[in-house]
Design a protein around this ligand. Structure first.
Ligand code: NCD
Length: 318
């Protein structure tokens, strides 16, 4: 299957920035197969029978961690969750030493979330296990972006000529960065919409359109993606959540004013109702927020499987 393309997939998935459009399409095609597999009730794969998958999370998470756990279970893996605050890391062990211990435990795949940008890349260079980045600081969150691409393709059929408006905290969001890199590789255009204080330095070099007016930002959008204002990463919240909601929230009125009623509404979760998106918009019929969660399982099954295959192929060619 997709042999010419698959060669580009490596044992680790650290970010979208270094993937080609072909690599992304390879992950998406594999995710379609995985979705068909787990949609059949009771059908479990044996692809990961006898393999150990572990999460190593240094930051809070609900859906991403559970999504990886469900994906590992559907593949027939043994799953263990290492909670970094309750592990030896909190006793001063370095990340590399923790990784070497995971290798010694014969963990095949480590899924890590860490507050520092670059942490997953560092770990991947020091362990035998496959490393999947489940979020490193504000840098990348590749499996979230892949599930977003999968959902867009499922609803719109293709990326070429499509416009995605990403509205919310762009500055502190790894989801924004992974989506911006990947959507452009796939042929879509991206508009970002946020107050200046929530746009990163150098945004003008990201290849995106920048719009401070939410109605203008979503005019002609095929996809409207809301992002949470990431209070936990900010020293000061500027603007306040109430001000953000008043001037930037994507509401039904703003969607009407922009004539963007055909756009699909996305959000990686967790949503702050009536801040980045109004409650009415979150629950409307064109919202794909819950289908995104379902698609996340299929995408993570594909990522676990393809990174593992890449590791085995590399071992075989040595
Ligand atoms: C995102 C994250 O952690 O980066 N959530 C997620 O993985 N579903 C976005 C967020 O926390 O707002």
């Amino acid at each position: 299957m997709h042999n010419a393309l698959k060669k580009m997939i490596t044992k680790d998935l650290i970010g979208i920035k270094n993937l080609s459009a072909g690599d992304i399409e390879t992950y998406l095609s594999a995710a379609y197969e995985m979705k068909a597999l787990f949609s059949k009730t009771g059908k479990k794969s044996e692809l990961f029978a006898g393999k150990n998958v572990s999460t190593l999370f240094f930051e809070n998470s609900t859906r991403t961690r559970v999504s990886f756990e469900v994906a590992a279970n559907y593949l027939g893996a043994h799953f263990s969750a290492m909670n970094a605050s309750a592990s030896s890391v909190s006793k001063g062990e370095t990340l590399i030493d923790t990784g070497k211990n995971l290798d010694a435990l014969r963990i095949d795949t480590v899924i890590m979330r860490h507050p520092m940008a670059g942490a997953a890349a560092l770990l991947s260079k020091n362990v035998q296990a496959s490393v999947i980045n489940a979020g490193d600081g504000a840098a990348e969150h590749p499996t979230q972006a892949l599930l977003d691409f999968f959902t867009i393709k499922e609803h719109l059929g293709s990326f070429k000529g499509k416009r995605v408006a990403i509205c919310g905290d762009i500055k502190y969001s790894r989801v924004a960065r992974s989506n911006i890199w990947g959507l452009q590789k796939l042929g879509a255009s991206v508009t970002v919409c946020a107050p200046f204080t929530l746009l990163p330095c150098g945004i003008e070099n990201f290849g995106v359109d920048i719009e401070l007016n939410p109605v203008k930002a979503i005019t002609k959008a095929d996809v409207i993606m809301g992002l949470r204002v990431q209070l936990e990463r900010q020293e000061k919240t500027l603007p306040s959540l109430a001000e953000y909601a008043k001037f930037f929230s994507i509401t039904a009125e703003r969607i009407q004013a922009a004539k963007a009623t055909k756009a699909i509404i996305m959000h990686p979760g967790p949503v702050n109702r009536n801040v980045e998106l109004s409650s009415e918009v979150i629950d409307c019929s064109s919202s794909t927020i819950l289908p995104q969660v379902t698609n996340g399982v299929a995408v993570r099954m594909a990522v676990l499987n393809l990174t593992n295959e890449a590791k085995l192929n590399k071992g075989a060619s040595k």
